[in-house]
Design a protein around this ligand. Sequence first.
Ligand SMILES: Cc1ncc(COP(=O)(O)O)c(C=O)c1O
Length: 443
Amino acid sequence: MISPAGSPLPNDLDAYWMPFTANRQFKAAPRILAKAKGTHYVMADGREILDGTAGLWCVNAGHCRDEITAAIAAQAAELDYATAFQMGHPGAFELASRLAVLAPGDLDHVFFVNSGSEAVETALKMALAYHAARGESARTRLIGRERGYHGVNFGGMSVGGIGNNRKQFGAGLAGVDHLAHTHDLEHNAFSRGQPDWGAHLADDLNRLIALHDASTIAAVIVEPMAGSTGVLVPPKGYLERLREICDAHGILLIFDEVITGYGRLGASFAAQRFGIVPDLMTTAKGLTNAAIPMGAVFARKGIFETFMSGPEAVIELFHGYTYSGHPMACAAALATLDLYEKEDLFARAAALEPHWREAVHRLDDAPNVTDVRDIGIAAGIELVPRDGKPGARAYDVFTKCLELGALTRQAGDVIALSPPLIISEQEIDRLVEILGEAIAATA
Ligand SMILES: Cc1ncc(COP(=O)(O)O)c(C=O)c1O
């Protein structure tokens, strides 16, 4: 069946198997986004909705920016597609060079992919191949962290630490282990910014090293701030300690910056905010302002150069995607970087952070709220679960917010907020006000 021309409402919802969605519940009461501009969506029924989640942590410069739309259209007319295997096109080289300048330290080589999940798979494979190239092919173990989210492909799922994302899909990758997570309400509830308590949790890596021996461990992957699992902010000193332990044992440190990259924490990357240079860094989402799917993996100079030491006619890394460095994605990303620079959006996010913090912590005393945490322009509001129904209260809050005019994100019993970085102080206040009303209404 075809929707009537011009109708924003699909007339049959059945065929579409929706991702990470309770399909039957959704289709009984659909929520259809029809348009977007700036900080707002327009629903199919014409209602304007304040976007409290930047889409899905990705539309950092706001929706439907004319400069990005125009760049994509122009690129589509000029060069629609170019294979990236043994061929190149100018946009990919230009974008990689621009990104290398943006990245911290010597993370100056960039590999293009199409999503955060692919970025993670790519980084994990790079880590294994790097050690093999150096003659340490026994280093095959990958260490993730409980409550981590690294996408949905087999590697990312395996190093990820969210039970529901794993339990339907078998044993996952062999040789994976997990650090303890850093979330502890007893010590850290209602922290503003980085919690004071918890640096010692990084020592859990020493436990895994004692168990497996460092000579078998290739890499540790963590989100500097865990987003999808409900905005878990790293305790002060925690990431520094992880870096030190990795260095002491020749283990690569991978920062998964799919959410934290491109301004979310008021710096280009969380790596800069926290002053730590990882060995590999995965990004996606804000790279193109989400207008075209794209991800980028950054590798430190020494890692890239290790691969460049063999015979010149041999492919150095047997890995890549048909759409790696797609011309339209590159055009979207270049236009996005221009916007970020022109509007100084990362600095804007940093300047907005105190207002953001004050605003979200107005919910500290709201009913059923057990924690409010924040960093950059992100916040997690944790709620008491309903008896025997995990996630049900936060789902009700999410749907109530939508009814009241704001899009929020439910992650278990946490409501996560991460609006576009162009949001105004008045819009922040309104977002928090709506969330407060929704929490009260569902108490
Ligand atoms: C830290 C992190 N890594 C990886 C991913 C997966 O990205 P994608 O959904 O683009 O595959 C996400 C998505 O939210 C993420 O937050």
